[in-house]
Design a protein around this ligand. Sequence first.
Ligand code: SAM
Length: 233
Amino acid sequence: LYVEHPLGEEQSVPLTREQAHYLFGVMRLGPGAPVALFNGRDGEWLAEVSEAGKKGGVLTCSSQTRPLRMPPDLWLLFAPIKKSRTDFIVEKAAEMGAARIIPVQTEFTNSERIRQDRLQAHAIEAAEQCGGTFVPEVGDLHKLDRMLADWPQDRQLMFCDEAEAGSALRLADGGRGLPWAILIGPEGGFSDRERARLSALPFAHVVSLGPRILRADTAAVAAMTLWQQALGD
Ligand code: SAM
């Protein structure tokens, strides 16, 4: 179970109404029942139910069962698409172990707005599902141009572009160990201006994901898999 509260030996963790409903109403747990907790910072802890009520309750931590496992320093930048597909991208990025997930507005991005809190909740759920101890941060919608203007010095960018026929990720020289970001465009792809700008950046590596045009959500998963294979741990 994900909680926001700090975790540690003998630490009491108060539950929200929703958490109490889930543990005591849905899962039918009672006092003394064991629960595994994580908060994205302190690893996984074994706790037991010390107070159970309809509107709340308290768990008490006993011992740490797993240390915090940080993911590789990988960001996923993607242009938000239809709601359900955007949810899918966030969920899969959290499962694949992205450290940050950043929706970006490009020239051809249709959705001007995202629900950051909803997407963050999806990332938490995905981390819970796959037994992670870390929760990636989902950013607010950033303008791609502005992000590129303030780009961190040594972070490499895997710029996925279907126009780049045939150039797979080539990282022989020292890509491992560096921080990376993957960039996936919107359904309409990148504009010529964006393409020219991105291709000229010294930290950008233009990459093809194969000869077919993939949907943006498929492309995000394919790119993370490719990155994982070439550079991940
Ligand atoms: N502009 C295209 C069009 O309308 O024909 C489609 C863009 S595609 C649906 C969305 C994004 O997925 C692209 O901007 C790119 O980042 C990524 N993508 C899809 N297929 C790809 C491929 N074969 N190689 C690299 N990137 C790809």
